[in-house]
Design a protein around this ligand. Sequence first.
Ligand SMILES: *[C@@H]1O[C@H](CO)[C@@H](O)[C@H](O)[C@H]1NC(C)=O
Ligand SMILES: *[C@@H]1O[C@H](CO)[C@@H](O)[C@H](O)[C@H]1NC(C)=O
Ligand SMILES: *[C@@H]1O[C@H](CO)[C@@H](O)[C@H](O)[C@H]1NC(C)=O
Ligand SMILES: *[C@@H]1O[C@H](CO)[C@@H](O)[C@H](O)[C@H]1NC(C)=O
Length: 419
Amino acid sequence: MVSSSYRRAILQSAVLVTIVFLIHMSHDLSNNNDNIYNNNLDTHEIKSISSTVTESMPTTNGYSNLSCPFEMSKFSCIYMHQGVNHQVAAHASMDYYRQHLEMIGETFRQVLFEDSHTTTTTTRRSNKRRILLSGDSLLRQIFISIACNAHSILPNTTLIQDAVIPWQDPWPIVYGPNNFPSIGGGVHGGFGSASIRLVNGMELHYVPHRGYNSDPTAGEPMIIQRLKEDIANYNGRITFGTKTAMPLSIDDHVDVLVFQVGIHYGLGESKTVLNHFANWISRPLMSVTGNNKDNNILHDGYETLHGGNNNDSIEQPPSRTRTIYITTPSQHFNTTNGQWEIMSMTPQSKKCIPGITSNPRADQEKKMLKPGVNGDVLLDYDDLQFGTMHVQYGDCSHYCMPGVPDGVATRLMQELLLV
Ligand SMILES: *[C@@H]1O[C@H](CO)[C@@H](O)[C@H](O)[C@H]1NC(C)=O
Ligand SMILES: *[C@@H]1O[C@H](CO)[C@@H](O)[C@H](O)[C@H]1NC(C)=O
Ligand SMILES: *[C@@H]1O[C@H](CO)[C@@H](O)[C@H](O)[C@H]1NC(C)=O
Ligand SMILES: *[C@@H]1O[C@H](CO)[C@@H](O)[C@H](O)[C@H]1NC(C)=O
């Protein structure tokens, strides 16, 4: 049984992955209510489709040096540090990745055993779960990591069924050692919102909560407010909003909300955002009761929205939205607590130090958010001693990829597969 569902999944994923790169995708596009499975993207809205990529299947596990089509070059230290001696970070993070390959492989392999064709009535809904990830560029790294491992961790197969990565052009260039530039637009440059669908039907939609390229409106800066209104208007349900890269129906149900405050707010502002997240969003969502058809709007409208080929007459109504909070990663600047200190950064303090004793952001988050009380899951990035694996050269906030984000992304994936 195991081997036949494995074989089926391989066959399924042998269908060539079509990766549509959308550049400057208009926001109108994400407002339409088309079922995303039609992928009826209006071609006039698409300024550039770079290509239909038919990836040759990787023969070795995992990704590196832009072998994954979802990597941003500035985070790929093997790529950025090429040809120079300063490769400590690149090698340390590659080693970290290799040490975790087995765990990553085992985790992602479970996606194959959820082949949507073999699921039963009771598991049907959970196999179509839809995830909303809201955070800044640090949470985007987790999204990239899930996409890249899904794409590459199993030999000769990919777990990606669809991907919409709206690469932006231009994208700000950063310079590595020897002034080696990151890719300044298009594939491997950078993107804001992006979506993937895996072969088991799971969808992940990343939407930046502070925008990108200095444009807050490109993301969803008011997302906490919007989710609060959703909970009130839809009686305990939250939806995807209008900024996802794969347009979703306006009423589409979020099965899991993954949230991270990130590093752009001051500590005081972060506290306010965390309070709002806990009191307006995660705690109220926890008190929504089951999927009882009579008392629960979770069911109302859901059947009609999800009619079609999926035989929804037997589909379970969705359960309440779960929340997963991932602590904000440590920064390792050469300052008292590793944090970037506005106004007082010197060339010396912009160098990354190997370890710090505490991460004030994560400490605040862990103090305020209690799993089971005001959120379902708290994932601790747990990275105080990982300072050598940052991108370096002025960036002691983001980690090299592959590397530290893959460990956290795998723990997140384990949680998502349990839901
Ligand atoms: C990484 O890829 C670039 C081409 O994009 C290549 O020039 C370089 O040699 C590669 N580095 C390693 C370590 O494989
Ligand atoms: C993967 O593909 C390569 C090249 O086609 C082949 O040599 C190898 O045996 C395959 N590996 C698996 C595990 O199927
Ligand atoms: C939907 O499921 C029901 C109950 O299992 C079954 O009787 C029916 O034939 C299915 N319909 C379709 C279109 O597959
Ligand atoms: C950190 O800064 C101090 C001076 O404040 C300096 O002595 C030390 O070498 C720096 N550490 C690193 C890793 O650059």
